[in-house]
Design a protein around this ligand. Sequence first.
Ligand code: G3P
Ligand code: CA
Length: 364
Amino acid sequence: MVRKARLAGVALCVLTLFGGVLTSASASPEEHSAGPLVLGHRGASGYRPEHTLASYELAARMGADYIEPDLVSTKDGVLVARHEPEIGGTTDVSARPEFAARKATKNLDGVQVTGWWTEDFTLAELKTLRAVERIPQLRQRNTVYNGRYEVPTLQEVIDLSKRLSRELRRDIGIYPETKHPTYFRKLGLELEPKLVDVLTRNGLNRPNAKVFVQSFEVGNLKALKSRLRVPLIQLTSASGAPFDFIDSGDPRKYSDLLTPAGLREVASYAYGIGPAKDQVIPRDAAGNLAAPTALVGDAHAAGLKVHPYTFRAENNFLPVNLRSSANPAEYGNLFGELSAFWAAGVDGVFTDNPDLAVASRSER
Ligand code: G3P
Ligand code: CA
């Protein structure tokens, strides 16, 4: 019944041609997909080193609706895809003697971190580095790709999504995240103007572009609201507070954003929320999935979609009773975890294993 209604809604929409694929002018992103959205987290990072073009391409070919670049800035102000500005664990920089002197300890959102930093490298310098697997102890197979792929720019990710959209004859969306916006603003390397500029130059700053923009901070999303015409997603952590709140002395925590009143406020600038998955279905004392919280219902009541993160196949990331063995690197029952979240009513999932999420979605 729900599926019929969704199809009818889509059929009523006006179709427009963009990027070689048909997209609807008025249906929501969820209505375009085969159900809840499959969001390729850092690409298909269960199978390739994260945030590489190879990882994003595989995610798209596996059926992901969107690919997710986390964005940081180079010294010369170019947006590149890395999970955080420190790149010692995701590139071969530590083995490059020419960059040994760049190793530095910095305060990143209140935490002292030692390593190599994108803001200390020009794009040309960063392009000499090669990506490596972040968690080789869990993803040994991915290490065969170490040293093969560059750090991509946002422009290269967009170029890839457009090329694959044409080839696969479906729109491959992008879901960029501004990483540590307050940190970069204080360095004079504001992320937001660059993001607006790149999206606009690529014809993606428009209401029906297949783009979401996400952030763990609040102030930058609110500021982007007037400069972007694409939907915004407020990310939340299971603990702590947005760093811009901490920085400005605002006492509110992430938990305050997720009360019914907090969600109504979020809905004034965002299309949806991206909570940690435990905020949707917590685990009990034994580490098994407990009953869902009220979050999905409360968010929907406020008019917000819900895209939790992060769904991963390794036992290490699964509830205890869905693990296949005591080996944290072996695959457990991700299907079981996903089916609980589909049943809880989520509108999409960030996943390192888009192929499994696509398969699970089709079984609903
Ligand atoms: O953006 C959704 C999810 O990726 C948030 O967590 O730390 O993997 O960027 P993180
Ligand atoms: Ca992210």
